[in-house]
Write a protein that binds this ligand. Structure first.
Ligand code: RB5
Length: 152
């Protein structure tokens, strides 16, 4: 019988390739089923391309959750939040990661490979995966900003 593993899509640019490798290993350790869309080495690439790959898969519903990494996390989060239904949260600290799940129901976690180290990144990923959405008034707030897509 096939195991029912949680699926996650992950991508990075060259600046965060090393961190992606560490996070990928961690996700495997904790039993997740990962789709790694690259990049696969430290040759210079455009973060935009990998941001689009991951965000499109979350936006379409193919994956419930994604992780994006670049040097600062800024470029990836800007790209990701252009996609409908994507709520990408740039979290280079633990508190933001937890609150991005509780209050914002974030579905893409973004981190900066040149900002944080491996240990903190692992803690952030763990907390982000484990923390549920609070719902209630926070759901109403999300509905409110979802309408922006119809307004512009
Ligand atoms: C690449 O040098 C760098 O610009 C990129 O990783 C990211 O930090 C962009 O926001």
């Amino acid at each position: 019988m096939q195991e029912n593993k949680t699926q996650i899509v992950i991508g990075s640019d060259h600046a965060a390739y090393q961190l992606k490798e560490k996070i990928r290993q961690y996700l495997i350790e904790i039993g997740m089923d990962i789709n790694d869309v690259g990049t696969y080495n430290e040759d210079s690439v455009d973060y935009v391309e990998f941001g689009i790959k991951v965000s499109a898969m979350v936006s379409s519903g193919k994956y419930e959750r994604g992780i994006l990494l670049c040097g600062t996390g800024l470029g990836m989060s800007m790209v990701a939040n252009k996609f409908p239904h994507v709520r990408a949260a740039l979290c280079n600290d633990l508190f933001s990661a937890i609150m991005s799940r509780r209050h914002n129901n974030s579905n893409i976690l973004v981190m900066g490979g040149r900002v944080i180290g491996e240990e903190l990144a692992r803690e952030i990923v763990r907390a982000w995966l484990e923390t549920p959405f609070d719902g209630g008034r926070h759901q109403l707030r999300i509905k409110k900003f979802d309408r922006i897509e119809e307004m512009v």
